[in-house]
Design a protein around this ligand. Sequence first.
Ligand SMILES: [Ca+2]
Ligand SMILES: [Ca+2]
Length: 152
Amino acid sequence: MNSWNHDRQTANVLSSDNDGDGVVSPGDVVEYSITVANVGSAAASGVSLTDSIPALTTIVPGSVTTSQGTVVSEDPVGVDFGAMAGGGTATVTFRVVLDDPFPLGITEVANQGTVTSDQLPPVLTDDPDAAGDTDPTVTPVVAAPDLVVSRI
Ligand SMILES: [Ca+2]
Ligand SMILES: [Ca+2]
C-alpha cells in the first residue's frame, strides 16, 4: 500500500474539578486531546479534523490548540493540519464545560471527531481505552443528587 495510514486517538482528562468531588460531574471542565499520526511512509496532504462538541457541554472559548496547522473553528472544533509527512504527528486539545444542572439519567458524554485528507476516506477518531478501532471517547459523568435534609 502506497498511501498514508492514520492513527488517531482521543483521550479525555478531568481538567478542572469545579465542585472538588474528584470525579467528572456537572460544571466540571473536561479536556480532550486528539493525536493524529501519519503512520505510513508516504506524505499526506489536506489533512484536517472536524469534531463536534459533545452534547450537554459548551466549548471553553479560546481553548482549541493544535501543534501543527491552523485552528479554523471552535464549535465544531475544526483544524487544518495541511501536509503531514510520513511518521508525522499532530496533537489537538480543547476543553468543554459540562452543563450544570445535568439532565437526570444521563451518565456520560461522548466525543468523536473525523479526520479527512486528500488521500483517504474520512476516518473517525478512536478511544484508546476501548477495544475497537473507531470507538467514541466516552467520559462517565457522576451527577450526584443534591439533597438538603433539614430536621427540626
Ligand atoms: Ca467534579
Ligand atoms: Ca479503541
